[in-house]
Design a protein around this ligand. Structure first.
Ligand code: UGC
Ligand code: NI
Length: 165
């Protein structure tokens, strides 16, 4: 039996709501002028969470491009804190997620194509695939938890799914 294709959806705040937030300078986001009108502030776009005993840290991930079609065989989650990615290299990328809680399955997996102007913030415990950069090596600004104890659970999918554009 061939490995099923996972449908890839356009990334929107509404579609991503069960998993976290989309970070983008959207006209629908709360925004207001600052700095004497020189600057527009797109305000409070994501809920960053390091838990009661952690702190947020800033990193840069340089992801090598994934070759498509790509087999999704595992996901991970960070139970103690959120994790946000903001693209820096002007390329789209893929996001694969499943709701927090039960092990992800073909019926709960979702895939999104993020534009170069869209970041994502995974809420704590949301299942997601590690960075899926496309086309070239891409840098991402990453905001996630520094703290004690393990904060990355990995799970192998019972049934693989394929990503293709
Ligand atoms: N392991 C790590 O820091 N990266 C992953 O969490 C990821 O989501 O890419
Ligand atoms: Ni992660």
């Amino acid at each position: 039996m061939s490995t099923p294709l996972l449908r890839i959806e356009a990334l929107t705040a509404a579609a991503f709501q069960p998993f976290g937030e989309v970070i983008e300078a959207s006209p629908t986001a709360q925004h207001f002028a600052i700095n004497g009108g020189n600057t527009l502030r797109f305000h409070d776009l994501a809920r960053l969470d390091a838990g009661p005993d952690g702190r947020m840290m800033v990193s840069i991930f340089r992801g090598q491009p994934r070759q498509l079609p790509f087999a999704v065989s595992m996901l991970e989650r960070h139970p103690k804190g959120s994790q946000a990615f903001m693209p820096l290299s002007g390329q789209p990328y893929l996001v694969v997620v499943a709701p927090p809680g039960p092990p992800p399955g073909v019926d709960t997996l979702r895939a999104f194509l993020a534009s170069p102007q869209q970041g994502v913030n995974y809420a704590a415990g949301v299942w997601h695939h590690p960075l899926l950069a496309l086309h070239q090596a891409c840098d991402f600004l990453v905001l996630d938890r520094m703290g004690s104890g393990p904060n990355c659970d990995e799970i192998q999918l019972q049934h693989k799914v394929m990503l293709s554009l």
